[in-house]
Design a protein around this ligand. Structure first.
Ligand code: 9MG
Length: 259
């Protein structure tokens, strides 16, 4: 899944794609590189970021979603606002990627009525404050329990399992040790019975390990994506599509035929 941020303050490509035309160029480039999904977002979720109004989020994303609906690749929209979810679905989105796991009032109904797929992500706190000393007794257990409860809520609202994906939310209210524990034990989330998605690409967790700046984290991002897939992830949310696809092609060639 390729990341298309239409945000002036996004953590890795801030300002670069902050226009419909640029977002579409970036999407076309990712399509050329073989992306399977495009994830379009109009509100930065990086640590410390401030929320944007639904009007501004709609202004940023809807023209891009409408234009991409005519391309060959399905579009996911990264939003937590029910009004934005409904408008995105009407514009052609096939998935809602919600970092708040459909906890906003009206969110469950918005996606259930819309018939789309949904990614339920775990976050402790909110983007503005989430990295201020996050605490867990057992991070893997607590994230898993949260996702189980949100899956039950989604099923009770009429979504079916084949439309649901879960994501432990790397970097969303987690310190370095929490992130490493989650990646090390990612296979535990397979017990939840739905596909696992992860977003590790260019994140500060990789900067802390390598000492590299955001722009220098491509190799670490590809390594992290490979580890995630080896531990059971089905969808990797990335900025560097070709590099990730190439690495996964090698991985799959070795692992798909066990004869
Ligand atoms: C929007 N966004 C930023 N990081 C993300 C991650 O790790 N997972 C998901 N599902 N969405 C993310």
């Amino acid at each position: 899944m390729g990341v298309i941020n239409i945000t002036p303050d996004s953590f890795s490509d801030g300002g670069l794609y902050a226009s419909t035309e640029r977002a579409l160029d970036r999407a076309d480039c990712m399509i050329e590189e073989g992306v399977d999904w495009l994830d379009v977002g109009g509100e930065s979720t990086r640590p410390g970021s401030a929320p944007v109004s639904k009007e501004e989020e709609l202004r940023r994303i809807i023209p891009v979603v409408e234009a991409l609906a005519g391309r060959k690749v399905p579009v996911s929209v990264d939003t937590s606002k029910p009004e934005v979810m409904r408008a995105a679905i009407a514009a052609g989105a096939a998935m809602i990627n919600d970092i708040c796991a459909l906890q906003a009032p009206g969110a469950l109904e918005a996606v259930s009525d819309g018939g789309v797929a949904v990614c339920l992500m775990h976050m402790q706190g909110n983007p503005r404050t989430m990295q201020n000393n996050p605490q867990y007794r057992d991070v893997v257990m607590e994230v898993s329990d949260f996702l189980r409860v949100r899956l039950e809520a989604a099923l009770a609202a009429g979504l079916t399992k084949d439309r649901l994906v879960i994501d432990p939310g790397f970097g969303f209210g987690k310190n370095q040790d929490h992130n490493i524990q989650l990646l090390r034990h990612l296979d535990c989330f397979l017990d939840l019975g739905v596909p696992i998605m992860v977003g590790l690409s260019r994140k500060s967790m990789l900067g802390k390990i390598t000492g590299n700046t955001v722009g220098e984290r491509i190799h670490a991002s590809v390594a992290a994506a490979l580890i995630a897939v080896a531990k059971g992830a089905s969808i990797v949310r990335v900025h560097d599509v070709k590099a990730t696809r190439d690495a996964l092609a090698v991985y799959n060639a070795v692992n798909s035929d066990c004869s």
